[in-house]
Design a protein around this ligand. Structure first.
Ligand SMILES: Cc1cc2nc3c(=O)[nH]c(=O)nc-3n(C[C@H](O)[C@H](O)[C@H](O)COP(=O)(O)O)c2cc1C
Ligand SMILES: Nc1ncnc2c1ncn2[C@@H]1O[C@H](COP(=O)(O)OP(=O)(O)OP(=O)(O)O)[C@@H](O)[C@H]1O
Length: 300
């Protein structure tokens, strides 16, 4: 997959299938667009391009708050997901005021046609231009609109998944994503109390602007040096020790070793329980033994 910046000069000579949207998380709804794109691309023997934005379009319209920068994936994972979904050209365009103020006709001429698309694929609720039109087929390209992908609670959407993650409903988030929600971090030094508890933990610092699951205790898998290990993790303030800083800590079962400075990816699988402020360490250890049983028993 090639990653490109959209600019005035860009112009594809080959005909393409173009997919449009922001695609935070590349969830099952989004995946339906790419499944259709792959089908059409195979029949017509064409490559697939996606035009998307590095940040959420709402940044251009609403009063800024830092959580507007948060995403469901890191930029790296986002690119990986586009590639896994069959994208050949991943094209980024800053969502500027000028861009937003184009009419749908201008958008078609100034943007869509630059991709020389034979077919353009969008979802049922995708609108373009300041006049908020659905994209329509022209003599140059055919538009395929993918119907709403929904479950019993309605449309599968990035908004629903963000809410599920932030409420700790990880199993629900994963069901809507079609893959396990993940967080990548760098292992740094904590207070080294975990050893005393019998569960040394890798304390993670997270550099990506991504949504973190709610405070709590979770079953997880950990990707480390190309291998997948079962573990359990805690997100919270170490209440038993009157901690004041939020930490993300993970204990990998049947593993020992110094891994400071390494990068780990935590695949969040299911929430076990809320964080508890225990009277003493013994109670915390007893609870963690029970958590371990639950985490080890968890089947994918
Ligand atoms: C699976 C798991 C569950 C945990 N549950 C709790 C908890 O309920 N209450 C709490 O105060 N700390 C909890 N902790 C956090 C421990 O207090 C923390 O791992 C320990 O203080 C070690 O911190 P350190 O790595 O900074 O030394 C949990 C940690 C793990 C890995
Ligand atoms: N459930 C769905 N079914 C069909 N198409 C969808 C679905 N969700 C999104 N799409 C389409 O995917 C593209 C990207 O959509 P977008 O990034 O707005 O996702 P979203 O999940 O609707 O996001 P948000 O919840 O932030 O509004 C658009 O063309 C949109 O119409």
């Amino acid at each position: 997959m090639e990653i490109l910046e959209f600019n005035e000069e860009i112009k594809f000579d080959e005909e393409l299938i173009l997919v449009l949207g922001y695609f935070d998380g590349l969830h099952l709804g989004h995946q339906a667009l790419f499944a259709e794109a792959r089908k059409v691309a195979a029949v017509l023997n064409l490559k697939i391009a996606v035009l998307t934005f590095p940040e959420k379009p709402t940044l251009t319209f609403e009063k800024f708050s830092p959580d507007m920068l948060l995403k469901l994936t890191s930029d790296q994972k986002r690119a990986d997901l586009f590639a896994e979904n069959g994208v050949d050209y991943l094209v980024f365009k800053d969502f500027t005021s000028d861009f937003a103020h184009q009419t749908s006709e201008e958008f078609s001429k100034n943007v869509v046609l630059k991709f020389n698309p034979k077919v353009v694929i969008t979802g049922f609720d995708y609108t373009t231009g300041s006049d908020m039109q659905n994209l329509k087929s022209t003599e140059d390209y055919r538009v395929i609109i993918i119907p709403e992908q929904a479950d019993d609670q309605g449309k599968i959407s990035s908004t629903r998944i963000r809410k599920a993650v932030e409420e700790g409903e990880i199993a629900q988030a994963n069901a809507l994503l079609g893959y396990a929600y993940e967080t990548t971090g760098l292992v740094v030094h904590g207070f080294a109390r975990g050893r005393q508890l019998g569960y040394p933990t890798a304390n993670l610092v997270i550099k990506d602007f991504i949504h973190l699951p709610a405070v709590g205790v979770y079953t997880c898998d950990v990707l480390f040096h190309g291998e997948r290990h079962r573990g359990f993790a805690s997100i919270g303030y170490n209440d038993t020790f009157n901690g004041t800083e939020k930490t993300v800590e993970v204990h990998i079962f049947d593993f020992s070793g110094e891994i400071y400075g390494e990068k780990l990816t935590v695949l969040w699988l299911d929430k076990i329980r809320d964080m508890i402020k225990f009277e003493n360490m013994e109670q915390l250890i007893a609870q963690m033994k029970e958590d371990e049983r639950i985490a080890r028993r968890y089947r994918l």
